[in-house]
Design a protein around this ligand. Structure first.
Ligand code: NAP
Length: 389
């Protein structure tokens, strides 16, 4: 099996410096919500993973008891990985045979299910919105705020979790935006951001938006999306001060639209900077954004996660969505903004950079930092009630 790293020259984790010992058994991963659009992307990414192996899949009562290939409505071009096909889909009980879980659960069930798994000793690497803004839960993009993982011990203490915890990744449209804002924040400081999104249908899960609503049309409303886009970057670009997350204090306004594109969220962004910068300096700051050696050891990481295109009509979802195995934020049209300082267009893969790949990178960082342990056997667990939430 080849690692995802070997598929792309721009993926840098192939040597796995600082990686868990892969001579030993791989770390066992479970996927909650494995039958959904995000879940099946995670299943696909795990098929060739050098550190993790998929041992459990779980979903709703509609799916449980069936084999994965019977239960899933598979949407990806490549076939269902052979290692996943015959796994029996379980329900959301906390006795899964794995060392940690990804959660790609519908938000109607993710909140309580993720808490139950964390309380039972599992590290929960979540895609869902439920715990993202909790004051003791890291909302993580490794390239942006790896330092926020320092909140985990306080979360465990607050909630009475023994070895379990919850870490989340941001909303799909926030992920690409913040990856692009980070190098600009570091180089020039950020004052204001105004963003208009054109978001793909797959961002709504399956079956998502009805064909009658989206075919040859644009829907200028996505429930809860603008609120998430205006709140999550504040936490991501802020700091963990040892006791709480301090928000970035950025002026931020978002307009979110659903467009008839399958995969890839395009975003038109105007940015006000604290320091004066030329367009060339802005482009160079984006282009030269390079991750730390620690992150470069992670199998799914890109050494330069922001790709800047020069063509005046790029990025485009159909042409550019899979840049860097879908883990890049692709930027084009960097130009002057008559209202703020600079404007640009960015694209990111909502199901990879904005969901499955983001969760995988989070899990890789957790593994590299020694956070992923086998859960305590159920019979040995002291089920503590959360305190001081
Ligand atoms: P989806 O296609 O609707 O999949 C939802 C998953 O949740 C399915 O596996 C489903 O299982 C499971 N589920 C639903 N009700 C359940 C229940 N009562 N008990 C147990 N499992 C249940 O949604 P998605 O697009 O993959 O999104 C999954 C999560 O990731 C959501 O919280 C979403 O907000 C978040 N997210 C999505 C994106 C994106 O671009 N799509 C990006 C970032 C984050 P069955 O198949 O058995 O019904």
């Amino acid at each position: 099996m080849s690692s995802p790293a070997s598929d792309s020259p721009s993926t840098v984790g192939a040597q796995h410096r600082g990686a868990p010992n892969t001579q030993a058994r791989k770390i066992r991963a479970g996927v909650l919500g494995a039958t959904g659009l995000v879940g099946q992307r995670i299943v696909q990414l795990l098929a060739n993973h050098p550190w993790f192996e998929l041992t459990e899949v779980a979903a709703s009562e509609r799916s449980s008891g069936k084999t994965y290939s019977e239960a899933v409505r598979w949407h990806l071009d490549a076939p269902i990985p052979s290692s996943a096909r015959g796994l029996v889909v379980k329900g959301l009980d906390t006795t899964l045979e794995c060392d940690f879980v990804f959660s790609a659960l519908d938000s109607s069930v993710a909140g309580s299910a993720e808490e139950a798994f964390a309380r039972a000793g599992y590290a929960v690497v979540s895609n869902s919105r439920n715990h993202r803004m909790a004051p003791d839960v890291p909302l993580l993009i490794p390239e942006v705020n790896a330092q926020h993982l320092e909140a985990i011990p306080l979360q465990q203490k607050n909630r009475g979790y023994s070895s379990g915890f919850i870490v989340t990744n941001p909303n799909c449209s926030t992920a690409g935006l913040v990856l692009v804002l980070k190098p600009l924040a570091d180089a020039f400081g950020l004052e204001k951001v105004f963003v208009v999104t054109l978001q793909a249908i797959s961002g709504a899960g399956y079956p998502g938006v009805a064909a009658m609503d989206i075919q040859a049309n644009v829907v200028p409303f996505i429930g809860g999306e603008e609120e998430k886009m205006e709140a999550e970057p504040q936490k991501l670009l802020g700091k963990w001060d040892g006791a709480r997350f301090v928000e970035a204090g950025l002026g931020l306004s978002a307009h979110c639209n659903r467009v008839p594109v399958i995969d890839g969220h395009l975003e038109c962004v105007s940015i006000g900077l604290k320091k004066i910068a030329s367009l060339h300096e802005v482009s160079e700051a984006l282009r030269n954004f390079e991750i730390s050696p620690e992150l470069a050891a992670l199998p799914s990481a890109l050494r330069n996660p922001v790709v800047v295109l020069e063509e005046e009509n790029r990025p485009q979802p159909r042409r550019d969505v899979n840049t860097g195995n879908g883990m890049a934020a692709v930027v084009g049209r960097v130009r002057e903004c008559p209202l703020l300082d600079v404007k640009l267009t960015l694209l990111s893969h909502n199901l990879v950079r904005g969901a499955a790949g983001a969760a995988l990178l989070n899990a890789e960082l957790l593994a590299a930092r020694g956070f992923l342990k086998r859960p305590v056997p159920a019979q040995d667990l002291q089920l503590a009630e959360p305190v001081g939430r």
